[in-house]
Design a protein around this ligand. Structure first.
Ligand code: ADP
Ligand code: 5GP
Length: 197
């Protein structure tokens, strides 16, 4: 691709909803997309009650908030969608969606299955991408290899992975399912889908 094409917005500028089991490589893939197409995409920065991992900063990767603040935001009807995952809460605030949407970029949401269902019911017109692992064994290797989770958290995430993979078999839920085996090959599939005419 030529440089001017790299900076161009995709023809289809609807929000991208990226989902798939924890450890499959969602973050790795969209970070590549953001790096290779600078100024094109805006991450929907979620709220979460989990603590930051090494290298994660508040307002960039997540808005890290205490449980009370999260619950106050639910009570104030501040979320487009929210869910529990692995013992923590995660949600997309209306404010974040408005702020990111106003930038004139393509908004990307990295969210789990219950959130996907809620976005589908919200009236937001989005494109749905599911990232699948080559196998459950490889998923487990990646999740453990990342070195961010306690044993208990690994177990919760692997159990939830089975549910997410099952849901991905429902016809019509996702516009594309990309198996993240070889990273560059999976990236190409993602980029082609995002930029297809
Ligand atoms: P997610 O955001 O889906 O939880 P990550 O992007 O954090 O997953 O990836 C989990 C781990 O797997 C990371 O250590 C990452 O470097 C690694 N990884 C991602 N994609 C691949 C791939 N195609 N092959 C091998 N390892 C990968
Ligand atoms: P992690 O703790 O690994 O960052 O994220 C765990 C899971 O929560 C991932 O499946 C991720 O996609 C999901 N997630 C992150 N933010 C949100 C959100 O705002 N809403 C929902 N529903 N899920 C989210």
């Amino acid at each position: 691709m030529e440089h001017h094409l790299l900076l161009a917005l995709p023809t289809d500028t609807r929000p991208l909803v990226l989902s798939g089991p924890s450890g499959v490589g969602k973050g790795t893939l969209y970070n590549l997309l953001f790096t290779r197409h600078p100024d094109t995409f805006a991450l929907s920065v979620s709220h979460t009650t989990r603590g930051p991992r090494a290298g994660e900063s508040n307002g960039v990767h997540y808005h890290f908030v205490p449980m009370q603040e999260f619950e106050d935001l639910i009570a104030a009807d501040g979320f487009v969608e929210h869910a529990q995952f692995g013992g923590n809460r995660y949600g997309t605030s209306k404010k974040t969606i408005e702020e990111q949407g106003a930038k004139g970029k393509v908004v990307l949401l990295d969210i789990e299955m219950e959130g996907v269902k809620q976005i589908k019911n919200s009236g937001i017109d989005a494109r749905y991408i599911f990232i699948a692992p080559p196998s459950e064994e490889i998923l487990e290797q990646r999740l453990r290899g990342r070195g961010t989770e306690t044993e208990q958290s690994v177990q919760k995430r692997l159990n939830q992975a089975k549910v997410e993979l099952e849901y991905s078999n429902t016809p019509g839920v996702h516009d594309i399912i990309i198996v993240n085996n070889d990273l560059e090959a999976a990236y190409k599939e993602l980029e082609e889908f995002v930029y297809k005419k």
